[in-house]
Design a protein. Structure first.
Lengths: 326, 331
């Protein structure tokens, strides 16, 4: 099962992101997609990353994997700075980190057979023996709940969205990586299929000892799989904390707003109409000070003058707010 | 039931010819919506909920074959001339689709699209139509409505575009609004705002509404009645509080159980529904949910259960082994 690269086990977090900045030009303007984000993920941990569309969560995920090179900051994976790596060294490192995308059908080449799609990472990693490749592909397809003999010769369009996501997971796991960025892996799937895929990810995580960065906009989905959750708004982290604690006692007004906005499948819970109107401002011209202040019921002068830094409000719980709820 | 209902869908079946054979998208569906009432239609992709809404709107693909009857406002929609239908749609029968980017015309300004709709159905001069457009945009919560009239859809965010689509739908005071996954493409905070907006406008205008969604959470607090669809059929139908209090159809129960819950601890395995919906071009003889149902017995494979009421006439379900009958035996 194991491939040639034997990871060095260093103490400390598997992933450490330090003051990461991602900016890119759109015409004459600059999009401030990620503005100084720092976070850590311990070995075997799942960190959930939530936020609305455009908050920079996907950009952050890609910048971690160096699929988009950050403007500034460091990404330490197992003690090594990925932002400094190039060429062959980066390619070798990429065998240890993988990405699972939102749209499982679009992320599979429609003209290639499933067997070839799942074997592709092995080819790139230099596994030359076709028999060995076949064995690894078969093992991984079985692990994600597909029958390899029925699947390898077929094309992606013959499969449903849920099955395509299983294939994507098999492809991501075939190199036996340590760390996976899951970018909205279930948001394109139906409720009944979503639960299957979430359970599969949990099972794979346990079985292969994975560490996950799980990006999603759905808080309930994130809570179901995450040990800790980070909430992102307009390029910055608002709050980070252990899942249970964060959902029970959110400290940031934005976290509270997100939790309140989730429709509850219970007719006795009347939807509250307290959700503030308005939408996130543009990341091209983010507000001064706290970026959430334009939608925040607690905002005052200080919030526009001074950018709040992350600080501890409870054990393990950090919040970037001048007027936290706890 | 036809007597006082605004809309009644009677034994509607939609067949679509496909290269793989006939696809029965909607299978003998009966539904009614009274004036000012809200019906939620819940189901996963491919269950036929969108085809049902298109059958009501008479906007089915050309090749589709529809049988049954759709009565709206005492008119049989299947017998109306195309001209009369067009007058009706947009006037007393309006629709909001999932993706406002595709339902709005990208090369026309917001103002042109609103004014066009208003002038098509109501006799308004340019000044009156413009005034009314500004009022409508303000009513759906769009800031600086006068300036928006000159903007194009791509200049607005997804949430703002959906507000414009709602403004156009509401422009001629419809009697029934069909909202087909109106918030699926939107963020959760925007979703809450749009659902609140729809509820507020509905109350104010005493308009009937059908909310089509895959999310039981969306219908829970916001509908009077819910119909759950699976494989083209309505498999359970009940007043909303009754449905959530006492689900009878195993599919409804499984659908609710499969939702990740905020009150569950992290890493709790979800009770997923195994397998996937049946191929709609290969209809099953028995209950369509039987292959995935943990209560299924031989009879479920052989015979199709009818949608019937049990203790209360309002709560109907299509199941030989409704939940509760199992309550003691099931472990």
């Amino acid at each position: 099962m194991m491939l040639q690269s034997v990871p060095s086990i260093s103490p400390g977090p598997l992933l450490k992101v330090d003051d990461l900045v991602v900016e890119y030009p759109v015409g004459p303007k600059i999009v401030h997609a990620v503005s100084g984000v720092s976070l850590q993920i311990a070995r075997g941990e799942t960190l959930g990353l939530v936020g609305e569309s455009g908050c920079g969560k996907s950009t952050l995920g890609r910048a971690v994997l160096q699929l988009r090179r950050p403007t500034a900051g460091r990404v330490l994976f197992d003690g090594q700075d990925l932002t400094e790596m190039h060429g062959e060294a980066l390619r070798r490192m990429r065998q240890r980190v993988q990405l699972i995308f939102q749209d499982p059908i679009a992320s599979l080449n429609p003209r290639r057979k499933i067997g070839d799609i799942v074997a592709e990472p092995l080819v790139i990693a230099g596994v030359k023996d076709p028999e060995k490749r076949k064995q690894l592909v078969y093992e991984m397809l079985s692990a994600v709940g597909l029958d390899p003999t029925l699947v390898v010769g077929r094309l992606p369009h013959e499969f449903s969205g849920g099955q395509c996501q299983r294939i994507c997971i098999a492809r991501a796991l075939v190199l036996n990586p340590e760390f996976i960025v899951c970018d909205e892996p279930v948001s394109a799937l139906d409720v009944s299929i979503r639960a299957q895929i979430l359970n599969l990810l949990e099972e794979m995580k346990g079985r292969f000892g994975l560490t996950l960065l799980f990006i999603a906009h759905d808080l309930a989905v994130v809570k179901a799989v995450s040990d800790r959750v980070a909430v992102m708004y307009l390029g910055r982290l608002c709050e980070v904390g252990p899942s249970e604690q964060l959902f029970a006692k959110p400290a940031h007004p934005y976290t509270a707003l997100l939790i309140e906005a989730i429709p509850v499948p219970d007719p006795d819970v009347r939807p509250t109409e307290t959700v503030p109107v308005g939408e996130p401002p543009s990341p091209i011209a983010p507000p001064s000070g706290c970026r959430f202040r334009t939608r925040c019921p607690r905002a005052d002068q200080r919030c526009s003058d001074e950018m709040p830094e992350l600080r501890a409000v409870a054990p393990g719980q950090l919040v970037a707010c001048h007027h936290p709820l706890i | 039931m036809t007597g006082n209902s605004l809309l009644s869908v009677e034994d509607v079946t939609v067949n679509l010819p496909t290269p793989r054979g006939n696809l029965r998208a909607v299978d003998h569906v009966d539904l009614t919506v009274g004036a000012g009432r809200t019906l939620g239609v819940v189901g996963e992709s491919g269950c036929g909920k969108t085809m049902l809404s298109r059958a009501i709107l008479q906007l089915l693909p050309k090749k589709a074959k529809l049988s049954g009857r759709v009565m709206f406002d005492r008119q049989d929609l299947l017998r109306l001339s195309p001209e009369k239908l067009r007058k009706l749609r947009g006037r007393s029968l309006a629709v909001v689709f999932q993706d406002p980017m595709t339902s709005l015309n990208p090369v026309l300004t917001i103002g042109t699209q609103l004014i066009e709709t208003l002038q098509e159905h109501l006799e308004l001069d340019d000044a009156a139509a413009t005034r009314r457009s500004v009022e409508l945009l303000a009513a759906v919560g769009i800031p600086a409505p006068e300036q928006r009239l000159a903007q194009y859809p791509h200049q607005l965010s997804g949430g703002m575009r959906q507000r414009v689509a709602i403004a156009i739908a509401l422009s001629c005071e419809p009697k029934l609004l069909i909202a087909d996954e109106p918030t699926t493409a939107l963020d959760v905070t925007i979703q809450a705002q749009i659902l609140d907006l729809l509820a507020r406008e509905q109350r104010r205008r005493h308009m009937a509404m059908i909310i089509i969604t895959h999310d039981l959470g969306v219908v829970a607090g916001r509908t009077d009645e819910v119909a759950v669809m699976y494989a083209g059929r309505v498999v359970e139908r009940a007043p909303t509080p009754d449905l959530f209090k006492k689900m009878r159809m195993p599919y409804t129960e499984a659908l609710l159980a499969a939702l990740p819950r905020l009150d569950a601890a992290p890493h709790t395995p979800l009770p997923a529904i195994s397998g996937r919906p049946p191929d709609p071009t290969r209809p099953l003889r028995g209950c369509s949910f039987a292959p995935r149902c943990r209560y299924a017995v031989a009879r479920c494979q052989a015979e199709k259960p009818a949608l019937e009421a049990a203790e209360t006439s309002a709560h109907q379900f299509a199941c030989f082994h409704p939940i509760e009958a199992h309550a003691g035996a099931d472990v």
